[in-house]
Ligand binder design. Structure first.
Ligand SMILES: NC(=O)c1ccc[n+]([C@@H]2O[C@H](COP(=O)([O-])OP(=O)(O)OC[C@H]3O[C@@H](n4cnc5c(N)ncnc54)[C@H](O)[C@@H]3O)[C@@H](O)[C@H]2O)c1
Length: 339
């Protein structure tokens, strides 16, 4: 007799071929869920989900979330991560980015309502803009330029949050909103233009690292397995928390400190070069994660230097440089977090 595989409830991950989405798909499969990954491959890569395509619980659908989605069968949870996250990628077609955030969110909320599914929106610390309050807690309304080159992303995400909470207030969908702060790890694209990928790839290729501004601006960096664990905790918590939840690592580092940690890991790298700050680049970023700690019992575990140690070999494999440690170590880490 043929043996049937039984799965936990079906989860749809929009943007599942992206950096965070592919880790999330893997962690959900590992936990026994059936996973439907919906992605247009705008910024995500087929290689990210290629290792998952042989899994009997994994389905890949190539689709743009700005178009209405038809999915047959039950769906119990929807994670919406669909949106390019790095400035060069989301600014390449800003109108499409805005539509992805607004129409995409609307289409997926409609699907969630039709299926009776729980919905989690991947929002961003960018909703705080260039913050006048530090560290940023969820009650801060933000300082965002609504007409600048980053607005398609920041304001798009803000509009998506609005729509999520309107659906929630109307009792139509059980919604959760995660405000994600800078996240890094394997499966980031080497060419995506984000600070961690830029600096590590330059260092690996014996180029001087580029620092924008004087390098005193700060960021907080969360390792991807911590973030995925936080997203799943937010989805799984019985009662939807009131309002959005910050997910990020509160450790705050200046860009110059980040450069120093990378130089410690890759000795012999040249002194950095300095260039002008991009428009509307925030000066300080640090999440207040009190709500996530209290409501989800979640906090990050992986310190920056350890996370970079797991990430550098990934970029080395992408740019053809020598890898200091095995890349697979991270995937094992992501799976153990998912248990
Ligand atoms: N990585 C971070 O530091 C960070 C920080 C804050 C928020 N976020 C949010 O988390 C989510 C995932 O970010 P990421 O870093 O994995 O980015 P990513 O660019 O690697 O992944 C986004 C995925 O969405 C897909 N996508 C984009 N537009 C789409 C569309 N219209 N239809 C279908 N698929 C589409 C892309 O192809 C890609 O696979 C994004 O929503 C982003 O805004 C990420």
């Amino acid at each position: 007799m043929q043996q049937m595989t039984t799965f936990k409830p079906t989860v749809l991950v929009a943007g599942g071929a992206g950096f965070i989405g592919s880790h999330l798909c893997e962690a959900l499969l590992y936990r026994g869920h059936r996973v439907i990954c919906v992605d247009s491959f705008l910024s995500g890569l087929r290689e990210n989900v290629l290792p998952l395509t042989n899994h009997p619980g994994f389905t890949l659908i190539e689709a743009d979330v700005t178009q209405p989605l038809t999915i047959s069968g039950p769906v119990e949870q929807i994670y919406n991560l669909a949106c390019a996250a790095s400035p060069p990628q989301y600014q390449a077609d800003p109108v499409h980015t805005m539509l992805t955030n607004v129409l995409g969110c609307g289409n997926l909320l409609e699907l969630a309502e039709a299926k009776g599914a729980r919905y989690l929106q991947a929002s961003t610390s960018e909703v705080y803009g260039d913050p006048l309050s530090h560290p940023q807690n969820e009650d801060y309304w933000g300082n965002v330029n609504c007409t600048g080159p980053r607005a398609c992303y920041d304001e798009g995400k803000r509009a998506a949050e609005t729509m999520c909470f309107d659906y929630l207030r109307q009792g139509r969908v059980d919604v959760r909103v995660a405000r994600i702060f800078n996240t890094y790890g394997p499966q980031m694209r080497p060419d995506d233009g984000r600070i961690i990928s830029n600096l590590i790839c330059q260092a690996l290729q014996d180029q001087p690292m580029t620092v924008y501004g004087d390098g005193t601006q700060t960021r907080s960096f969360c390792y991807v397995s911590d973030l995925v664990r936080g997203l799943m905790a937010l989805m799984d918590v019985g009662q939807a928390p009131e309002g959005a939840i910050n997910l990020g690592n509160p450790g705050e580092f200046s860009i110059l400190e980040l450069v120093d940690i990378i130089r410690d890991r890759l000795p012999g790298v040249a002194q950095p070069v300095f260039m002008a700050l991009p428009t509307d680049d925030p000066q300080r970023r640090q999440p207040d994660i009190t709500r996530a700690r209290t409501l989800l019992g979640w906090q990050p575990k992986v310190p920056l230097s350890e996370g970079l140690g797991l990430t550098i070999p990934w970029f080395a494999s992408q740019v053809g440089a020598e890898a200091p440690t095995p890349v697979r170590a991270e995937r094992v880490a992501a799976r153990s977090m998912a248990r």
